[in-house]
Ligand binder design. Sequence first.
Ligand code: G6P
Length: 613
Amino acid sequence: MCGIVGYVGHREALPILLDGLKRLEYRGYDSAGVALLEGGEIHNVKSAGRIESLEAKLKDHKWQGPSQQATIGIAHTRWATHGPPTSENAHPHLDCHGKIALVHNGIIENYEYLKAVLLEEGYAFSSDTDTEVLVHLIEKYYRGDLASAVRSALQEVEGTYGIAVLCVEEPDKLVVARDSSPMLIGLGQGEYFAASDVAAILEHTRKIVYLENGEVAVITRNGIITTTGDGVPVRKKVEEIHWNLEMIEKSGHHHFMHKEIHEQPRSILNALRGRVDEVNGRPRLGMFFEKRELLDQLKRVIILGCGTSWHAGLVGEYMMEELARIPVEVEYASEFRYRDPILEEGTVAIAISQSGETADTLSAMKEAKRRGATTLAICNVVGSSIAREAEGGVYLHAGPEIGVASTKAFTSQLAVLYLLTLAIARARGMEKEKALKMLQELNRLPEQVETILQREEEVIEIARLYKDSTNFLYLGRGYNFPAALEGALKLKEVSYIHAEGYPAAEMKHGPIALISPEMPVVFIATRDRAYGKILTNIEEVKARGGRIIAIATEGDLTIKDKVDHVFYIPQTIDPLVPVLSVVPLQLLAYHIAVMKGCDVDKPRNLAKSVTVE
Ligand code: G6P
């Protein structure tokens, strides 16, 4: 995700800011920028790509005086969400007169509305970002007091933010603020640091003040003044940091995979942010979908993907066929392009890819386009090859996924597929009331995932018992069949234990021969329409001495007596169950791998982004 560093003090600001940005590189980014106050003006230098490209640009920059004179500045690494990773879209963003500079982490949900109003009022925009509305709002309210202009601007925005702002008129001041996106201040000797992540400033200080949601702080060389969003002063506590840098990069988690599993309540929320219309029950999925021709002409959907993204596609197939009544096929991207598929008019091909760079998926999407399909993409990485190649699409906004085994991207893909399904279903006649009800269920997911994560200990217990098994079977039916595939894939990827996912009833056509007390069988047996049938499959395994771990619905006492271990997940509607049922499976794979001493974030032989066919 994006990173912010700010400095005000007596030393040269530029190297401190650039070093800080480098400390945030692990978070993933695709462009960077820095704004320094020097010689009565803001020097704003930005670049697409790595920090090294920014450094090269800074070498050519024409300063008024030596850049060393700048002792105040802000800097940013951007991980694109709105608009591709270009230097125009990189932060800092400036107001119309180049007097105010701002960096921002988070998402401004109502930016389209605010931008329309500001354009009408004559403010000129130079980027595609949601962020730029904030700097123009501050400009609009500026009457000689930066902090009060920031407070007024923030009153108008909906969404999340961590910001740092500079103004030529008040050259000794940094203003920072936060709401649902971290922002902290580091205290030095006559100097202060601002950052979105303590890793950026740890080499200078371990004395930290953390801002709370809604707080705004003014930082000068003489100290910090913090207020609420309404300007009421707040007393802040200075905390001492004892963590080391590696722990900080992973926010206290031992591995990125664990961090990303735990980020899911947040990443799902980000996938839904601004997209759930609770009045009309029509998901808001951007301009492309608002044209309506696409949805009106739609006859058939083909979903293309690899690995985890393919599993998400399979859930998407079930959702779209059931709720939107549209024929859907899910294809391994690598297979699709080398057979001779029939694509009739009205076919939409949806490529799903976390990275947006998987070569097989990209080629399959191009092939679908060549054969006349309309192409859409569901990607996490903004401006990636697949996102650019597609005619339209939806981003996940899950933040960078660093662990090679995909976790948070999967649940966000499911959330987005569900939104897409409801958009198609509404266009094809689903009543508003039904859609509204289904959207309400979606909104409950982040909290439900949180309750699962809080019971991680139960999964650790199970992991301890089965870590030495050499084979695992994962079984599920209906919506939980893809979850079984994903659970097995996770275990294979990170623990190197052989695991197979199967539709539960197919077990008796082969895998049943493998069942023995040495073979743990994970049943995803939630109370959905396949529940009765899956209980029969459980009996079949039990009769052959298999050890059973069940993922079941809260309150289901029947299953307790039939299996060896049960992990309960909250009740939701069938199409959303995999979002919940996959979480304990991710944790199980993770903990078994850790107990076996595997390199969880970088499993042998695997790559995060497979750019060869
Ligand atoms: C690789 C990764 C998998 C991922 C797959 C598809 O194999 O190791 O975790 O699911 O690629 O990646 P994509 O970026 O297209 O979703």
